[in-house]
Design a protein around this ligand. Sequence first.
Ligand code: UD1
Length: 370
Amino acid sequence: MRVLHVVGARPNFMKAAPLLRVLRSRGVGQILVHTGQHYSANMSDIFFTQLDIPAPDVNLGVGSGTHACQTAEVMVRFEPVVLDQKPDVVVVYGDVNSTAAAALVCSKMGVPVAHVEAGLRSFDRTMPEEINRLITDQLSDLLFTPSADADVNLQREGISADKIHRVGNVMIDSLVHLLPASRQCAKNGFPDRYALVTLHRPSNVDNNEGLKSILKALLEINEDLAVVFPVHPRTRQRIVDFGIDASALHLMDPVPYIEFLALQSRAAVVITDSGGIQEETTFLNVPCLTLRDNTERPITITLGTNVLVGNDNRKLRQEMAKILEGKPKKGTVPPLWDGRAAERIADVLQCQNGTVPICSTSEDSPRKEI
Ligand code: UD1
């Protein structure tokens, strides 16, 4: 069997690493394609090193651009790679532009697509990632979901149950694998108690008034609890463009995976608009305040430590007060977020290909026999 993996942007790398590792240990032939959507050393290379991902066999080098340009560039440059490599299945991850572009290419070429982290929905089509999720799931032949809500979403959209495999959260596999290493990280002069912040959604950072309002709230929080803020390149550019002074915060460049895990696990609270960080904080049992009106990861609210505060600074202050009083939201770890999701994905891929004799997914899965 030849499995071709497509990764492009930072949140893909921690999802692909565990499956690459498991398939390698089972002797499965693999090809790794990096679209080059993220290209800076601190957004890409360092993640390959820390997550022990092999150097990509092909780098499409698409870089930044408008959504149409970036998506189209991936498609144009990826098609000849698929023709040349002739994979049995192409695995795509998450919801970035590279994910949807690769799925579209393969579906037109009749090459089976497997989507890892399928079925998540924010029901907010102003988010580019929601469009990418909808397209990718419609085009995929195998849909690997992290939680039961995702199965329900897919079935509601008419996707047949026999394509859906609930395997758990593969990003948590990477977390479990590297948490011991993160415990070794030095504290690097950070205060004992701090709020960790990440911010990069266009809806939060591309608008002058909106970004100013968020940073004003963070500067207020910083008076009670130090704010540690690794700044995404998009956000750094906007802070400069809008002439905002946020220098009182502990600003820094994007942080490598292991150091970021250490920062998360030691934080008093994480304030974020990321998707994956809502899940990581739930696993780590660290309170998370999400600067969005909705989430495609509702299980982090129903079971986990996540609270949506939107762009309501009053709500943010109220939730911060609870945390400072030692009364944060408590959570539990969702089922199948156990560090073994990649093994379950590999089982299904090998079963489909007829290279393993017994084909069953987890007890919890909507469909056991395939
Ligand atoms: C992308 C994903 C988003 C994900 C995020 C994680 C889409 C639609 N969005 O958003 O889902 O949560 O990655 O980071 O795919 N830049 C650099 N170096 C890099 C990459 C980007 O400097 O290595 C800068 C460029 O100025 C670029 C900007 O960041 O224009 C935005 O990058 P882009 O990949 O377009 O989107 P993200 O905002 O990173």
